[in-house]
Design a protein around this ligand. Structure first.
Ligand SMILES: NC(=O)c1ccc[n+]([C@@H]2O[C@H](COP(=O)([O-])OP(=O)(O)OC[C@H]3O[C@@H](n4cnc5c(N)ncnc54)[C@H](OP(=O)(O)O)[C@@H]3O)[C@@H](O)[C@H]2O)c1
Length: 319
């Protein structure tokens, strides 16, 4: 073998090792904690991070409810989870976060039919163009307003329950919140291209963070703690349905640089299972790391107008 070939082979092995272990893989959350008797609601639990989390928590004995639009797909995933985990306490429900009537119907049905709600994981989210039937941008309404409404509708149940057993709420977001401000005028317009969609996505993240951060203050007298989780880059189904060149250009590197889902959901497990996170109530976790929020996300004066808008849009009388 020539020297050049040998050097190339060594470089390929080193790069391959680095890529596999530090890009596609990551740390594992190790715990044998069981969740028997606990109920977890995961929106978007039929795909990606939500599905992987649902499977893991079912294996730990939790009652798991997965909820999203496509009930047929959710039922298939439910069967898969039951088969692999051996846990029959898995339920699939239908909810469309774009449609407030659907969210209200879902919350009522959940409240009436489920005895407990110990963990609410607001995971369902989209990065797509288009407007919802109610005239709101689909990213804003799915990733923020729908979650805001759902969380508030279930808050009474969670508060009541917290007198006897603790409750956690976890909302998924991304790093894009750092680069934006929430603009009311953007809530009712379609994105002009893929990069503009990412801008909208960042705004919906910021709105979520402001909501969750302020919720922690409001819930200080209850044993309900709330967390914001940024999974980083995780290669999920959301990245393999490209609709145009911009999307393809942006999403293609996700295959190379996005973590495998198995590693991407591990920090979320910590937020559900670990007691050490409670001291960061209302805080942001980027992967396993607790991160300080930027000031524009914690500013109470910018939450006030957003809260008023959120109440007006969702038709809630008080948060
Ligand atoms: N993957 C990443 O790199 C990354 C990075 C930062 C943040 N995040 C956030 O993490 C979360 C999970 O991401 P993922 O990549 O695992 O997602 P994904 O695989 O694309 O799955 C999205 C889920 O949301 C559900 N969903 C979409 N629209 C909905 C609606 N209107 N109402 C109810 N459910 C709806 C989908 O189910 P149906 O089609 O059945 O409705 C699906 O289960 C998202 O909030 C995402 O924004 C992900």
């Amino acid at each position: 073998m020539s020297f050049k070939l040998l050097v190339s082979a060594v470089i390929a092995v080193v790069v391959g090792y680095y890529w596999l272990n530090y890009v596609k893989r990551g740390p594992i959350y190790e715990s044998d904690k069981k969740l028997n008797g606990r109920t977890v609601l995961i929106t978007g639990g039929n795909s990606g991070i939500g599905k992987a989390t649902a499977m893991d928590l079912a294996k730990r004995g939790a009652r798991v409810v997965i909820a999203s639009r496509n009930l047929k797909k959710s039922n298939k995933v439910k069967d898969e989870i039951i088969k692999e985990s051996g846990n029959h306490e898995v339920r699939a429900m239908q909810v469309d976060l774009e449609d407030f009537d659907s969210v209200r119907k879902f919350a009522k049905e959940f409240d009436e039919s489920e005895k407990h709600l110990d963990y609410l994981v607001n995971n369902a989210g989209v990065l797509l163009r288009g407007m919802a039937q109610n005239g709101l941008n689909r990213i804003f309404v799915t990733n923020y307003f729908g979650r805001f409404l759902l969380t508030n509708l279930l808050l009474g149940k969670m508060k009541k329950q917290s007198a006897e057993r603790p409750v956690r709420i976890i909302n998924l977001t991304s790093d894009l919140y750092k680069y934006v401000e929430v603009k009311e005028s953007d809530m009712t317009r379609d994105a002009e291209g893929y990069f503009d969609s990412c801008f909208m996505f960042g705004q919906s993240d910021l709105a979520n963070i402001q909501f969750i951060h302020n919720l922690s203050r409001k819930l200080k007298d209850y044993d309900v703690t709330v967390y914001i989780f940024n999974p980083g880059f995780v290669y999920t189904e959301g990245y393999d349905d490209n609709h145009d060149l911009q999307e393809l250009i942006f999403d293609a590197p996700m295959f190379l640089f996005g973590q495998d889902v198995y590693y991407g959901y591990q920090p979320l497990l910590k937020l559900v299972l670990d007691d050490s996170v409670v001291k960061h109530n209302g805080g942001l976790f980027t992967g396993f790391r607790h991160d300080e929020l930027l000031p524009h996300a914690t500013n109470e004066s910018s939450w006030e107008p957003l809260m008023r808008k959120s109440l007006e849009v969702t038709g809630l009388s008080s948060p």
